[in-house]
Design a protein around this ligand. Structure first.
Ligand SMILES: Cc1ncc(COP(=O)(O)O)c(C=O)c1O
Length: 457
């Protein structure tokens, strides 16, 4: 427990901390839970209460909290060196990690540019793609725009917001953003283009529209930005099979760089190390963060192919240098943590351990799908979304002011779970190391909470 009592900690928080994505008037109205410890898949508060971490601490945690092997790696590294710059120097941990990342990434991604969060990883990907086209020159110099998807989320910095597609978060900043071309989201349950809800059966009109947009804007398109297999913050929107592969083909056909944002789905979440690998896709640029350090420390990497990298080589006078960098780029403690996490993937055979858990999650989601106020369930590996609706037949959503998702998550606290919704969507995103017993506990609690809040006994 913390040396300061719960009440004092709550007061400090409410008086001094401004929380992200939070209406602070509501926050100030009731004392928060204060987390002081973690153990395996559980968060422990200042009074010793335990909550199963159902959202892996903002979709980051992989091996559980306070894994001894990772803690030890951090302690060892702190005693060697805590930070050194990548400007004019290399460091051992960053170099070794870059080699390891290249070994496990989709074939062809062979260079690693470090930063420290998902937004900057994407910002870098966007700037790289833009500058790449400028260096190609000729007609390619006119390729200055980006195509992105409705419901996309790539972070909160201005470039990342520009390629975002969630009005609730992004509309207010519109005057600050660079214009993008927006393709429809492959959101089968609420598809604007066709009524076939079954991803297996639909005509992929969203892909046809994407192709139309790419064909008509090809001359001005530098890159396409995509969350592979599933759009996370947009509502755990799982894309139909083959979608990503087709997007890759379109990027090739129209000479557009493909920037894959694996910030949320990377490092095993979808069942393979990277989501792109499920469809045999190598993007030109790939952004990683969150799970890269198993949720321990801020670190991000933007990986690129030789083709992209080579376009930046030249005489210094040519000004082909990528003039971008962050103070904590390649931080040795963060890189040592990432290396320890990759070791654990192997030692625990983590990817190999996922199929039974993925299967169990599928069974439980199927049952939830029968509830009167569950409109749709979605799953991609160890990631799930449960969309609550007021009317199942018409798909009428609950009005957002009713905060039904948040009420389910508040109820879930009574069942020993910490969850965080996306509007009316209940997110299932536990640490990958969760046991089957804990997964059962998680899904029991989610089911009970949904039943309670939506009045279904
Ligand atoms: C797909 C995706 N990209 C980028 C980000 C932004 O990452 P960060 O919050 O570390 O800036 C997120 C965060 O949730 C994300 O889900």
């Amino acid at each position: 427990m913390s040396e300061l009592g719960t009440k004092t900690l709550q007061e400090y928080d409410q008086k001094y901390v401004w929380h992200p994505f939070t209406q602070m008037r509501d926050w100030e109205a009731s004392p928060p839970i204060v987390i002081t410890h973690g153990e395996g898949c559980y968060l422990i508060d200042s009074d010793g209460n335990r909550y199963l971490d159902g959202v892996a601490s903002v979709w980051t945690n992989v091996h559980g909290h306070c894994r001894r092997e990772i803690n030890d790696a951090i302690k060892r590294q702190v005693d060697r060196i805590e930070h050194t710059t990548q400007l004019g120097l290399a460091n051992d941990q960053a170099a070794i990690l870059a080699k390891r990342l290249v070994e496990i990434a989709p074939t062809g991604l062979c260079k690693v540019f470090y930063s420290d969060n998902g937004s900057t990883a994407m910002e870098i990907g966007i700037k790289m793609a833009f500058q790449y086209q400028q260096h190609r020159g000729g007609n390619a110099a006119g390729k200055t725009k980006f195509i992105s998807f409705a419901n996309a989320y790539h972070g909160d910095t201005i470039g990342a917001v520009s390629v975002g597609g969630i009005d609730l978060y992004h509309a207010v900043f519109r005057p600050l953003l660079f214009p993008t071309i927006q393709a429809p989201s492959p959101y089968c349950y609420r598809c604007e283009l066709c009524s076939e809800q079954d991803a297996e059966k639909c005509d992929r009109l969203c892909l046809k529209e994407l192709e139309r947009l790419m064909a008509s804007h090809a001359e001005e398109l530098a890159g396409l930005v995509i969350e592979p297999l599933a759009q996370g913050a947009g509502g755990m929107i799982v894309h139909p099979p083959g979608f990503l592969k087709r997007v890759r083909e379109l990027c090739d056909r129209y000479d557009v760089l493909m920037i894959a944002d694996e910030v949320a789905v990377g490092f095993g979440r979808t069942g393979t190390m990277f989501a792109c690998q499920q469809e045999g896709v190598t993007p030109d640029i790939m952004a990683l963060s969150k799970g890269i350090t198993a949720g321990y420390l801020p670190l991000a990497a933007t990986m690129a192919t030789q083709k992209v990298y080579d376009a930046f080589l030249g005489d210094y006078r040519e000004l082909k240098t990528f003039f971008h960098g962050h103070t904590f780029t390649g931080n040795p403690i963060a890189c040592a943590t990432a290396l320890a996490s990759l070791d654990l993937f192997k030692a625990d055979s983590l990817l190999e351990s996922l199929p039974p858990k993925i299967g169990y999650l599928q069974e439980r989601l199927k049952v939830l799908n029968e509830l009167h106020h569950v409109g749709n369930v979605r799953q991609c590996g160890m990631l799930g979304g449960i969309e609550l609706v007021r009317d199942k037949r018409t798909k009428e959503p609950y009005p957002w002011e009713e905060r039904v998702g948040m009420r389910v998550c508040m109820e879930a606290l009574q069942h020993g779970l910490f969850l965080r919704p996306l509007g009316n969507i209940i997110v299932v995103f536990p640490p990958l190391a969760i046991t089957l017993d804990d997964l059962k506990f998680l899904m029991d609690g989610i089911e009970a909470s949904i039943r309670c809040v939506t009045d279904e006994s």
